[in-house]
Write a protein that binds this ligand. Structure first.
Ligand code: 0O2
Length: 230
């Protein structure tokens, strides 16, 4: 978003005709709309890839590894806050270059092992480029957060040609997702005392340990069932 063309004061705004102002805003909105459309298209590409993997899995293993897929494009205000935090210029070019989680796809599985199988098969695809990987399952965050994060780039085909778009893919089990959404709610809760915050953080940490145990036990049961089937 190039802020240079926008009026910088109320007085400047007041001196413009409504028509002129609308034209100016429309003109400035086109690149912004196209910017967000790119990320929506990249999400569609990634979702399709996971839906295809889910379908293929069900043929081979008679099982669907994916429980659900949730996607989102980061809101403009969150993007601007992140750009300010990173101290980068607030222009579309700079945001595109420096912020890699504008498009986010969250893949929720029942079993931990499926996360790794899906990730491997997804990353094997020749139009997917891995930019960054963070395995918070093998090494959970200090608060107990677990998930596998992949930042990938995927090509989309626009009227101007091929464009590689970054997407953050988070793969989690149902238990990890349940924990993360509760922790997220607590993080944004205002009006709770420091003592209570510390107490809840402790409880959440022990829930994270319990949920990791639960994932492990469920995986063991499933492995036994699979062995018996064979
Ligand atoms: P939202 O609203 O989900 O988009 P960076 O993204 O590089 O600036 P960081 O922390 O290095 O920052 O990235 P990281 O660790 O890969 O985390 C990025 C995203 O993972 C977060 O996005 C969350 O979605 C999720 N996440 C990471 N840590 C936690 C955690 O402790 N609790 C919960 N609930 N989610 C977490 P955003 O942009 O913070 O939020």
């Amino acid at each position: 978003m190039d802020m240079n063309n926008l009026p910088t004061s109320l007085q400047q705004l007041g001196n413009m005709s409504v028509e002129y102002m609308l034209d100016m805003f429309r003109e400035n909105m086109v690149p912004v709309e196209s910017f967000f459309a790119n990320y929506r298209c990249a999400i569609m590409e990634i979702e399709t890839k996971f839906n295809v993997l889910n379908e293929r899995f069900s043929i081979k293993y008679d099982d669907n590894p994916i429980e659900s897929i949730k996607s989102r494009v980061k809101e403009l205000d969150s993007i601007i806050k992140k750009a300010m935090k990173k101290n980068i210029p607030i222009t579309l070019e700079s945001i595109e270059k420096n912020i890699k989680d504008i498009a986010g796809v969250r893949v929720i599985c029942s079993f931990e092992q499926d996360i790794y199988t899906l990730a491997e098969q997804f990353l094997e695809q020749d139009d997917i480029t891995l930019l960054e990987k963070k395995d918070y399952i093998k090494e959970p965050k200090p608060n107990g957060y677990r998930s596998l994060h992949l930042i990938v780039s995927v090509p989309i085909f626009t009227e101007e040609g091929k464009k590689d778009i970054p997407v953050e893919v988070q793969l989690r089990t149902i238990a990890m997702d349940f924990w993360a959404s509760l922790e997220h709610k607590m993080r944004y809760k205002k009006n709770i005392s420091r003592e209570m915050q510390a107490e809840l953080a402790d409880k959440l940490h022990s829930c994270a340990t319990d949920s990791a145990e639960l994932d492990k036990s469920m995986q063991e049961i499933r492995n036994s069932l699979l062995e018996n089937k064979e």
